[in-house]
Design a binder for this molecule. Structure first.
Ligand code: GAL
Length: 456
């Protein structure tokens, strides 16, 4: 459906966003770093999951990935040449703490110190995500996110990161998309650790929920002048038609996909009135937990790619709603079969803006996968350039209407390991030949570079 993508170029000017607006690129450690057992690193749940046959597209693994572990200088210099001033990446818990808890792996600390220092020397601000889905395997053997002890394990890990990097890293995100890692990893079993069912999902949700605020409080105490956030996946939810049943189905899906993790943080509790299955969280909620779940974040990262169209369904347990695939709706899609729907990003900014307690919103991920192949050394990914222009135009619309949007990060810098889809979908501004590790700046990357380069 790529031919359906709106081919009108949008003449955007960075000046319209103002000087304070933050621009960058986002990555995640498991998707880019490789070196999966180098220098004392332990295994994460994604190392284990991706090495089991049948879990990943064509059994791809991330053992080498884009080899950021060895190529970080080259990559950061490339960022610099693209006028990038902000780089969002995550830290590998399994590289930092042997067994996930206890003894520190000093090689891991040294590596992240090198990355952070090289960013700063290159005029690039590091934005660090503490947890982007790669739980140490040894902790999963004890139940992972379903075990309440994770609150203690996670706190130890956050303290180590704060004390080693907090003197230079001032922009932090606690979790990446808790809905996706609890839903994919502990309910559907399509992501690591591959667990299934409501009995796994509910405790994982509650412990991830608490960890956001607990981790944030540790950073607030340990790191001077920190800007602390956390990130959520979100998509505009549209009922397939205006029938009452479908409208109610859309409300349930919205509660699950968009509201579940942010509302307890703001002191609003779980949205169980609109999604009754959440009442079953009760046995996991100990006295004082809902107060402990709240935190005044400095910013909330929202990550938007598409919208979902939903209808009522008796056959889907708990949710009684199903997503109508974009490929069945005759709309433009990306290689992930996600609808290209730029207005969704505007709607999500508006939705999160309506929670009055959030001081600043940042788009911490937005981007698109296409099948990019170099031809004579060039990657002409016009679709991605158009995708970005149209989405950014909607970010601008939100800004001009006075909504509290303060930044935008493209997902992603280099093509990388796209979880269960392996290396098939390419999301990068930079093409990676995974055999030779050669980087080629795509035309979308050149467009972003030139857009960022125009002085405010
Ligand atoms: C997000 C995730 C990223 C990346 C992206 C594209 O959900 O945080 O790691 O994979 O989607 O699918």
């Amino acid at each position: 459906m790529e031919e359906k993508i709106n081919s009108t170029e949008i003449p955007l000017s960075i000046t319209d966003f103002g000087e304070e607006f933050v621009w960058g690129v986002a990555t995640a450690v498991f998707q880019t770093e490789g070196a999966y057992k180098k220098d004392g690193k332990g295994y994460s749940i994604w190392d284990i999951f991706s090495n089991e046959k049948g879990n990943i597209y064509q059994n791809h693994t991330a053992r080498e990935s884009c080899d950021f572990y060895h190529k970080y200088k080259e990559d950061i210099l490339l960022m610099k040449s693209m006028n990038l001033k902000n780089f969002r990446f995550s830290l590998s818990w399994s590289r930092i703490l042997l067994n996930g808890i206890g003894e520190i792996n000093h090689n891991g600390i040294d590596f992240y110190n090198d990355v952070i220092n090289f960013c700063l020397e290159s005029g690039i601000t590091p934005w660090v995500t503490l947890y982007h889905w790669d739980l140490p395997h040894s902790l999963e053997l004890q139940g992972g996110w379903t075990n309440r002890k994770i609150l203690h394990w996670f706190s130890q890990y956050v303290k180590v990161c704060a004390s080693h990097f907090g003197d230079r890293v001032k922009h932090w995100m606690i979790l990446n998309e808790p809905m996706v890692f609890t839903g994919g990893g502990y309910f559907l079993g399509v992501h690591a650790p591959g667990k299934k069912g409501i009995k796994q999902f509910l405790p994982a949700v509650h412990h991830a929920q608490l960890s956001q605020a607990i981790g944030a409080r540790i950073l607030r105490k340990e790191v001077n002048n920190a800007q602390i956030g956390t990130t959520y996946s979100c998509s505009q939810i549209t009922p397939k038609n205006q029938s009452k049943r479908n409208a109610k189905a859309a409300i349930r899906v919205d509660a699950l996909l968009n509201r579940l993790f942010i509302e307890p943080v703001l002191g609003l509790g779980y949205p169980s009135e609109d999604l009754p299955i959440l009442k079953k969280l009760k046995p996991y909620i100990l006295s004082g937990d809902m107060e402990r779940s709240t935190f005044d974040f400095d910013f909330i990262g929202i990550q938007n790619y598409t919208r979902e169209v939903v209808g009522h369904s008796y056959f889907v347990p708990y949710l009684r709603a199903k997503i109508i695939k974009a490929t069945k709706r005759n709309v433009a899609t990306t290689l992930m079969d996600w609808e290209v729907y730029p207005a969704s990003i505007y709607e999500m900014i508006k939705k999160f803006n309506s929670y009055r307690k959030i001081p600043r919103l940042i788009i911490t991920e937005n981007g698109a996968a296409f099948k990019d192949e170099p031809i004579d050394g060039e990657v002409n990914d016009t679709n991605r350039k158009l995708f970005l222009q149209h989405y950014i135009q909607h970010v601008l619309k939100a800004k001009q209407e006075g909504l509290n949007i303060g930044g935008y990060f493209v997902w992603t810098f280099t093509d990388n390991f796209e979880w269960a889809e392996g290396y098939y979908p390419r999301f990068g501004l930079v093409h990676v030949d995974f055999k030779s590790q050669k980087r080629t700046l795509k035309s979308s990357g050149k467009w972003y570079r030139d857009f960022l380069g125009k002085k405010v």
